[in-house]
Structures are given as structure tokens and as C-alpha cells.
Design a protein around this ligand. Structure first.
Ligand code: SF4
Length: 431
């Protein structure tokens, strides 16, 4: 029997899908991925691993679930992940799902599926998070040349707009020995780059006494691993002591995804973020001093409740000043149960969209500036995908996409001189 997965959301969710696929394969099932419009065999099982970070994620989930049921009337449909965990009653009411699970106790999926296949009794089982990290493991990251590796779960922050702490529980960290064993298996499977990820990655070790630098060093020490990349980072957790350790690790990719959210101090306070723009700018300057060609990438939210034109203008100026190598820009999304959802002066959708366009223009220009400065430089590129003309696309350590004619296989690293920059990628020649 084949179990088909569709994953919504972040790197942690994608990792957990790989881990659930492994559990099912070890239990005798075949696994694969499915996309909207997919029609499974009569006895197929569809698993939707959900995200609930924005209202839009929930809307996409409901639409996907309706289509999956319409296109696969006989299939067993499993809904799991962050949406049921954060909103159990609403998830239980989604009748198109035969099995509804949260994102805790992922290991129990095979048993719950087998039980359902025997009894055909609708199952809704969403246990609360515990204080223990749920050990899961992957042996491959199907369809990718870099492996996302989860090392932390949960968040203790409660930023005023965010539903994630309600979906993911409190900070829980993975044991370093467990991490080492997984990275060894991935290196043996040919992975050269590992992306360490978590719900609040920089909170790693708060509950166990280890530090993110320990996880980076243990990963980098595994034979065969050429690069260690970090997922999203909370600026105020990036202490000088941590930077000292990270700067001493030659395999660490100099790309730092420092979540900014707003370039205006008053808005940051309303968001309950834990830094000021001055502290953020000082951190960026410190990273650029320590890491040559450091790429600062980020997430910025526009249209937070009561964000005035002046406050938004401050964000535009700040984004220009920092000079981001890449920025994910998204409109504030009202999340039920969060303090921001109850705030007055919610911004109209059209105004949010207009602000997102204005900020994108600023950040596209800073990205172009960062990538154009690479022309003439020699960089290493991890080969990932090949087009019909044999040209490879891959990424530099600072996560710039590069296209190059090269001999090799996916996962190989080649040395490339950057010759030009186009809108979506740089071009280069192998040295
Ligand atoms: S740090 Fe803030 S935005 Fe990030 S997951 Fe935690 S509560 Fe959400």
C-alpha cells in the first residue's frame, strides 16, 4: 500500500514528513509525494502535513483537503501537523479527513493508520506536547541535495502576532549524539550540505545546556559533510560568545537568516520582538566583520496593526540601510487567539499589498547589489538540478543561485568564477 504525502509550511514540517515516510517504510508501506489534482489508487492513503502560520495557510489546507476528497473518494485521508495541534476542534470538524492527528507523537502514525485500516473508525487524536523532544530520524531527504535536519522544537516567545507557540509547545532540544548519528547516515547517503532547523533554532539547548555552536560543530565534524547552513535565527539570541564559536567553524555557510519583521522600533515593541533596530544593525555589522561576503537574509512583515505610513517608511529606510541579500516579505495575517488579532487599527488588505510591493522593490534592489558584487569572484557551488542542455543550477555558501556548465552529479561541489548576474541567478564558469 502506498502512502502519499503533501507537506505545507516550514523546513521543520518538511523534515517531519521525511521522518514519517521513514517510519511508514520501516513498517512495510511504500511512500511518495502528491500534489493538488492527484488521483490515488483505490487503496491509497493521502497524508496532508499542515501549517497554520497564517490565515492563508489554513485556507490552502481546507481547499487541498476538499480537492483531495473530491478526486479520491475511496482514499484514506490523514490530516496532521500544526493546524490540528493549534485548532483541534476546528480540525476535528473537517469531515473529509478520516484520521486527524497533531504534530506531537509523530512516531505513532503507522500504528494509528493500521488501526484505522482494520476498524475504519474515524480517528481524532491530538495529544498535547510534552516537555521531551520527540526523537525522529531521516536517512534521506527525498528529492533534495541538501538535507534539512531538525534539532529543536517549540518556542517560548509569544510574539504578539504568532500562533506557532500554541501549535508547537515549549522549547525542546535534540540530543547531540542523536544528531551526530543522523548526520552520519546522511553523509553516508551522499549529502554534502546539512541545514540545521528548528521552530526557534537559536533557542536550541536552552533546556539541555548545549548551544547551537555545539550542534554546528558536531555536524561539521562528520566526514563527508562539506557545508553546514543555519535556518531562521532570532537576532537577540545571536550573542558575541555564539558568534565567536560560529566564526571559528570553516564549514559554516555565511548566510544568516535573521528574522527582522519590522524596521521600526515602535512596531517591534507592539510585536513583542526582543531587539531594537540599532541592536539588529549592530549584529549585522558584527556578522559582516566576522564572515567575508556574509549574506544577511530576512523575513519582514508589512501592515501590522496600527502601522502608520511613517512607521512603514522607517522599515523601507532600514531595509535599504541593512542591504539584505534576500528578503521574504509577507502581509500581517490575523491569527485567532493572538494579542495582535485583538488590536485596533487593522490595516486594509489592499494597503498591505501595496506596502509589500514597495518593500519588495527596495529588497530586490539590495539583493541585486549583493549578487552583482560577486561578479569576478570565485565561489564553491553545490550542484543541485540540471536542465536539458546539461547546465547545472546550484547555490553558493551564501545561498546565491548559480547556473554553470559542469561535469558531475547532484551533490557535487565545484569551484566557479562568477561572470554575470541575471535577475534570478548568477552565471559562472568552472575553474
Ligand atoms: S520567535 Fe516569535 S515569531 Fe518566531 S516562532 Fe516564536 S513566537 Fe513565533
Amino acid at each position: 500500500m502506498t502512502v502519499y504525502f503533501h507537506t505545507l509550511g516550514c523546513k521543520v514540517n518538511q523534515y517531519e514528513t521525511q521522518a514519517m515516510r521513514r517510519l511508514l517504510e520501516d513498517d512495510g508501506f511504500d511512500t511518495a509525494e502528491f500534489h493538488a489534482g492527484f488521483r490515488a489508487a483505490e487503496d491509497g492513503v493521502l497524508v496532508i502535513n499542515s501549517c497554520t502560520v497564517t490565515g492563508e495557510s489554513d485556507r490552502k489546507l481546507r481547499q487541498l483537503l476538499r480537492r483531495a476528497r473530491r478526486d479520491n473518494p475511496q482514499a484514506v485521508i490523514v490530516l496532521c501537523g500544526c493546524m490540528p495541534q493549534a485548532f483541534p476542534a476546528r480540525a476535528a470538524a473537517l469531515a473529509d479527513a478520516d484520521i486527524v492527528l497533531g504534530n506531537a507523537e509523530r512516531r505513532t502514525l503507522p500504528a494509528k493508520l493500521r488501526a484505522y485500516l482494520t476498524t475504519r473508525e474515524r480517528t481524532v487524536d491530538i495529544p498535547p506536547h510534552t516537555t521531551a523532544y520527540e526523537p525522529l530520524s531521516i536517512r534521506e531527504f527525498q528529492g533534495r541535495t541538501r538535507a534539512f535536519v531538525k534539532i529543536e522544537d517549540g518556542c517560548n516567545r509569544f510574539c504578539s502576532y504568532c500562533a506557532i507557540p500554541y501549535a508547537r509547545g515549549r522549547v525542546r532540544s535534540r540530543a547531540l549524539q542523536d544528531l551526530k548519528e543522523e548526520v552520519e547516515a546522511l553523509a553516508a547517503a551522499g549529502y554534502r550540505e546539512v541545514v540545521l532547523t528548528g521552530i526557534n533554532l537559536t533557542a536550541f539547548g536552552q533546556d539541555t545546556g548545549s548551544s547551537l555552536a555545539d550542534a554546528v560543530d558536531i555536524t561539521a565534524a562528520v566526514e563527508g559533510i562539506g557545508r553546514v547552513r543555519l535556518g531562521s535565527l532570532e537576532p537577540d539570541h545571536m550573542t558575541p560568545a555564539l558568534l565567536d564559536r560560529l566564526a571559528a567553524q570553516p564549514k559554516l555557510c555565511p548566510q544568516f537568516h535573521l528574522s527582522l519583521q519590522s524596521g521600526c522600533d515602535a512596531t517591534l515593541r507592539r510585536m513583542r520582538r526582543h531587539y531594537t533596530t540599532a541592536e539588529y544593525a549592530a549584529l549585522c555589522a558584527d556578522l559582516r566583520r566576522r564572515f567575508s561576503n556574509a549574506a544577511i537574509t530576512t523575513d519582514i512583515m508589512v501592515g501590522f496593526p496600527a502601522e502608520t505610513e511613517e512607521e512603514f517608511a522607517a522599515t523601507l529606510r532600514f531595509a535599504e540601510e541593512i542591504g539584505f541579500a534576500r528578503a521574504h516579505i509577507f502581509a500581517y495575517s490575523r491569527r485567532e487567539g493572538t494579542p495582535a488579532a485583538a488590536m485596533a487599527e487593522q490595516i486594509a488588505a489592499a494597503e498591505k499589498a501595496a506596502r509589500a510591493r514597495r518593500l519588495s522593490a527596495v529588497c530586490e534592489a539590495t539583493r541585486a547589489r549583493y549578487e552583482e558584487a560577486l561578479v569576478g569572484h570565485t565561489v564553491s557551488v553545490l550542484l543541485e538540478t540540471q536542465d536539458d542542455e546539461g547546465r547545472w543550477e546550484g547555490h553558493t555558501p551564501s545561498y546565491v543561485p548559480v547556473r554553470v556548465k559542469a561535469t558531475g552529479t547532484a551533490g557535487d561541489m565545484v569551484t566557479v568564477r562568477i561572470t554575470a548576474r541575471n535577475r534570478d541567478f548568477c552565471c559562472g564558469t568552472v575553474e
